[in-house]
Design a protein around this ligand. Structure first.
Ligand SMILES: Nc1nc2c(ncn2[C@@H]2O[C@H](COP(=O)(O)OP(=O)(O)OP(=O)(O)O)[C@@H](O)[C@H]2O)c(=O)[nH]1
Ligand SMILES: [Mg+2]
Length: 460
């Protein structure tokens, strides 16, 4: 949806004397005159039919505000403390201003109200964050600066303990060395190993940093932080694989026990639903009846359809049937949950193979994304998990869960260095909005405790 082109109409400073919007995009592209028929902000002009005073006030506030979702939401929620008629009216006003088709706006609000009822939330303070997340997804605004800053804060918080491990010690290292010498590199390597980067990756990283320092012609410890930041940003810049997919896109979720496969499916399904996709979830973890029930509850909560067989059924048979349902039902995306398995158990890994074969037979190209879920608190074991799952059945993407509060986030560096498999999402908590796209550059900055503004290379 053309969020920015839509809001620009509201910004036109012509009639309000509002401050000129400060973003360059807006300055460059703001149209000279607003399209009078499109935005309700125009309806709110004196004499317009819908002249409830709040409309004029809200229109003015929106027109004068920064082009940021959180600022906009702040105006929409002005004076609104709880869910109810006033909130829905004000949200509709915002949607109309953004030229959202009415049916989509209604669907969004109906969906959100269902969620509020299911969660038993009434007050804005309890659901504001979820509302902003849903708006960001529905309006395709996740890349907006504001959302990225919000995520960056969470990431920085989540990595606080890991950062203590790495940055605190690196600070001490820098303070104790007048120049970068052999002893410096030795101590650095030790710090990296202690921070769970792992022996081999730590050696490799140190070698790469040495090379970087040599090229930069510096032995000044003051320059080191920048070298490390650049190196980490490079490491995390694994290319995303984007391939054309004939729907339904099939996502297979794999990993050891308890890492967060099922909750990650729920979170990804939630995202897909908010992006307007038709979603099917298949319960190919037939190992425990409770696992099937857990997934069914999640499917209901996020508004996805669900396919399961009884506990103890062949997981490949579930996948087989689910593909029939998905193909016949015109689904956009299918998530296949699998039982947690030890990567060292050959027969269990063979079962994953079988699921893959069935999916491929039913729908050539499937599974399009085989996602390995790794628990960031695992430490070094994450490396052998990645290696064995990748060898046994191929891993296209990695999702790292439980990054909130772990001191072992250094493992991410090792995984990224050793396998070159893109990390696509990170889990920063148990809520739906706590699963976010992984941005390697931001991750490196958060890991080093550098702000986004200071850390952005000039070229980006
Ligand atoms: N703090 C935190 N907890 C998480 C995160 N992701 C998942 N969890 C929690 O981890 C626990 C296990 O999650 P599940 O999704 O059931 O894990 P699973 O991999 O499906 O487990 P099995 O099916 O038993 O193999 C749950 O209590 C989740 O709420 C995260 O990013 N942060
Ligand atoms: Mg599970």
């Amino acid at each position: 949806m053309g969020f920015f082109s839509a809001i620009k109409k509201l910004w036109t400073p012509r009639e309000t004397g509002a401050p000129t919007p400060e973003t360059p995009a807006a300055q460059a592209q703001a149209p000279a005159t607003p399209a009078p028929e499109a935005a309700p902000a125009q309806d709110a002009a004196p004499g317009a039919p819908q002249d409830a005073p709040w409309r004029a006030d809200l229109a003015r506030a929106l027109r004068q505000s920064e082009p940021r979702l959180s600022v906009w939401l702040g105006h929409v929620l002005e004076g609104v403390d709880e869910a109810g008629g006033a909130l829905w009216e004000r949200l509709r006003f915002l949607f109309a201003a953004l030229e959202t088709p009415e049916a989509e706006a209604d669907a969004f609000i109906a969906d959100f109200r269902r969620w509020l009822a299911a969660m038993d939330y009434q007050y804005v303070r309890d659901f504001r964050s979820e509302l902003q997340y849903r708006l960001a997804l529905a309006l395709d605004l996740e890349d907006e600066e504001d959302e990225r800053n919000r995520l960056f804060l969470k990431l920085t918080e989540g990595l606080a303990r890991t950062r203590e491990q790495i940055t605190g010690r690196i600070d001490a290292l820098l303070a104790s060395h007048g120049r970068i010498d052999a002893k410096f590199w030795e101590e650095l390597e030790e710090i990296l190993i202690m921070a769970d980067v792992g022996f081999e990756p730590a050696t490799q990283l140190t070698t790469r940093l040495k090379e970087r320092a040599r090229k930069a012609g510096t032995d000044d410890p003051a320059a080191f932080r920048d070298l490390l930041r650049e190196e980490l940003q490079d490491i995390f810049r694994a290319p995303r694989r984007i391939a054309a997919v004939t729907p339904p896109e099939v996502v297979l979720m794999i990993g050891v026990n308890g890492v967060g496969k099922t909750t990650t499916i729920a979170k990804l399904a939630h995202r897909a639903r908010m992006q307007g996709k038709k979603v099917l979830i298949a319960a190919a973890d037939t190992f425990r009846a409770a696992a099937i029930e857990q997934l069914e509850v999640w499917a209901k909560r996020v508004g996805a359809d669900f396919h399961a067989k009884s506990a103890g059924s062949d997981p490949a048979a579930v996948a087989f049937e689910a593909m029939d349902v998905a193909l016949a039902g015109g689904y956009d995306i299918v998530f296949v949950d699998t039982a947690g398995r030890l990567h060292t158990k050959v027969n269990l890994m063979e079962e994953l193979h079988k699921i893959r074969r069935i999916l491929e037979r039913k729908h050539p190209g499937a599974p399009h994304r085989s996602i390995l879920v790794i628990d960031a608190t695992t430490g070094q074991n994450a490396l052998s998990q990645t290696k064995l799952f990748n060898e046994a059945c191929g891993v296209d993407e990695i999702v790292l869960t439980k990054l909130d509060g772990t001191a072992k986030g250094g493992i991410v560096v090792a995984v990224a260095m050793q396998f070159g498999i893109p990390i696509t999402f990170v889990g920063l908590g148990e809520k739906m909005e706590d699963l976010r796209p992984f941005d390697g550059g931001d991750f490196a900055l958060a890991l080093l405790g550098v702000g986004r503004e200071e850390g952005r290379p000039e070229t980006e």
